[in-house]
Design a protein around this ligand. Structure first.
Ligand code: NIG
Ligand code: FE
Length: 413
């Protein structure tokens, strides 16, 4: 049978992001380029003038627009019910994120809403967030469970994430985060809660998720308890990742390195020595600058320390109802540049190849022959522009597997 061909022509700049040589060499751009998609994969990229004559399929003319890989958002908590808009007032009155959580609010208030929400209600709310993510250029997205905090309820959330994964068109990567907070039933006994999860939850998640996450933070789950829990997960053949140093330096970076975790996320207070240990152990640092700014604690991850250690950084949204209410990673790109002091090339690497590395998705975040044709057409001619112009959705069209799945022309009448 003839292969379905799509020929994308007159691309002003095509970010292929397929350079070799690790984190500092991944960025790659072609000027005045073309790209051929056959079935659902990229089959050729190069200069428009070099497009081989053998390609005769449907053509689209981009008239100089920018094309990038679909963004890879490596850290979200998008499956939840309700919202926490009322916390804005509490924070204005001076209460911190951890104070609200320790008083039974924060994550625990979303847990209450999520436990009582029906499957349909949760699916509906999350589909809307995923559609928003797609419309803003995210094609691959991690979603963590973590708003039920009982073994059976967490498995329900994982099965809903799996349903959303199967539905598509988005590419969803599930993470099991039963250890997201200490539930009211175990108040003040984080160790007992982790033991309960180790017995009743970890052995059951294998069919639904391959990766386990924990909120390893002083005042939530301390390092040594986190170590025991994550080692139990690894003994079952699961991979691990951690939330670390979101609110204070708790030493989680060394634990991530010891365990050879896939990633350590947040790292807002992580010292440069810990970043070196992580880079050495091939642990990616998933940086969430929107969260650090939203919590307004005055600290940003030391992205430069990780890059100097030749480690991978990913930039992700942390989309969740409390510390980062968003689903739109692309709108964070200018802020990632400004707050983390990154170049446009480093920001693009962080939202494409860096995300793919953190999730261990070998073909995501790049456009090269053989890779899935997941790409974004931007309302921009230059790749610096989406890292500069803030607060507006510059995404024009989104393709997944060579199929157009979202358009965003923003017409005004
Ligand atoms: O990454 N720190 C734990 N989890 C999320 C917040 C979740 C919430 O506040 O609902 C985070 O910031
Ligand atoms: Fe998070």
């Amino acid at each position: 049978m003839e292969k379905r061909q799509l020929i994308v022509r007159h691309i002003g700049q095509l970010l292929t992001m397929d350079g070799d040589g690790g984190p500092s060499g991944a960025f790659r751009v072609w000027e005045t380029a073309a790209m051929v998609v056959e079935d659902n994969r990229v089959s050729w990229v190069g200069l428009d003038q070099d497009l081989p004559l053998r390609y005769q399929g449907m053509e689209i003319d981009l008239q100089g627009a920018l094309v990038s890989p679909g963004l890879v958002d490596a850290h979200t908590h998008l499956l939840y019910a309700g919202d926490r808009s009322y916390e804005v007032r509490m924070r204005a009155e001076g209460r911190t994120y951890l104070e609200i959580l320790q008083a039974g609010g924060g994550i625990l208030s979303t847990v209450e809403n999520t436990r009582s929400a029906s499957d349909e209600a949760l699916l509906h709310a999350t589909r809307r967030r995923l559609s928003g993510a797609l419309l803003s250029g995210t094609t691959s997205i991690e979603i963590k469970s973590g708003y039920d905090l009982t073994a059976s309820g967490e498995l329900r959330l994982l099965s809903l994430i799996d349903r959303l994964r199967q539905e598509g068109p988005w590419r969803v990567v599930p993470t099991a985060m039963g250890a997201h907070a200490v539930p009211p039933e175990f108040q003040g006994r984080p160790g007992d809660y982790l033991e309960y999860l180790t017995e009743e939850y970890l052995p059951q998640i294998g069919a639904l998720a391959q990766v386990v996450d924990i909120f390893c933070e002083p005042g939530v789950f301390p390092v040594e308890q986190s170590r025991r829990y994550l080692k139990a997960a690894q003994a079952l053949g699961l991979s691990v990742k951690l939330h670390i140093d979101e609110l204070a330096d708790g030493g989680g970076g060394y634990l991530a390195a010891d365990l050879r975790a896939l990633s350590a996320d947040h790292c807002a207070f992580t010292p440069s020595k810990a970043f070196h240990a992580m880079a050495e152990a091939q642990v990616a640092a998933v940086l969430l600058p929107g969260t650090a700014r939203y919590l307004n604690h005055g600290h940003m991850a030391d992205a430069r320390a990780m890059l100097d250690a030749d480690g991978w950084i990913a930039i992700a949204s942390d989309g969740n109802p409390g510390s980062s209410p968003t689903h739109a990673l692309s709108t964070l790109m200018p802020w990632a540049a400004s707050w983390l002091k990154l170049t446009p090339e480093e920001v693009w690497t962080g939202v494409t190849r860096g995300g793919a590395q953190a999730l261990r998705l070998p073909w995501a975040g790049r456009l090269q022959p053989g890779a899935p044709a997941d790409f974004v057409i931007w309302d921009a001619a230059d790749y610096a522009y989406p890292v500069y112009y803030y607060g507006s959705n510059l995404v024009r069209e989104v393709y997944i597997g060579g199929r157009r799945v979202a358009v965003n022309y923003g017409e005004v009448f």
